[in-house]
Design a protein around this ligand. Sequence first.
Ligand SMILES: [Zn+2]
Length: 248
Amino acid sequence: MLTQVCGRSDLNLTNLRIWNKDAIAKNYWDVENKVDKLWIRWIHTYYIKGEQGDNIQVPKQACWMIRKILEARTVITQFSTINPEKSVIRQLYNNMLQGKPKVPWKCLMYMNAARPKSKFTTWIQLHGKMLTTDRLSKWGLNVEKTCCLCQLQEESREHLFVQCTYVRRLWDRILRWMSRPMYNAITWEQHLQWTINNGKGNSKEAQVFKMMYAEITYGIWNERNRRTFETRRQQWETIAKEIIYLVV
Ligand SMILES: [Zn+2]
């Protein structure tokens, strides 16, 4: 799942799908540069037979690994300069990432001191991959769509994390504690921009804010799951106290 949703290294995570592709391409680079290893000499003798680039035939009878290595020549031929003194895989990886869009919220994940489970929940939230009931019902699942925190509107990422009265009270309490201006975003986009504005930079305030953001996101999602699956509930005041205790 991680490799499917991770466009770039958003959580200081390497995109494993791209990295694996580059690792195989590195094997082809070794073959092309005739690194003196027995298996490379063997490939030259039996499969390459003096051909180069696109002229190399990928034999159908070859094993999966050989076919993958030879097919990876298309990755290598995209790059005219590879410095053999540096990590070849890293160079290929960085080149392949250049075409991927950067996410504007990367600053929220970088050097965030929140608990790993809170950062992971936030990462899923920011990617828009949370299994909120609006998404589940679009997939045809028969679920109760009303928000279990306020019972007023249908649950979506925008409602649950931005508009829900329960969540706004929680935020107001925490922002008062942080001596920050009150929160008045209405749409997800406004909320995200407000969050990025508060969480970017190296100041102590930004560090505390992004940690707080991740813990609040986890607190809200955890409470939502508790009400949905365990029929237990906590008041927003209790969750706010727990979050402040965690961050202090
Ligand atoms: Zn609600």
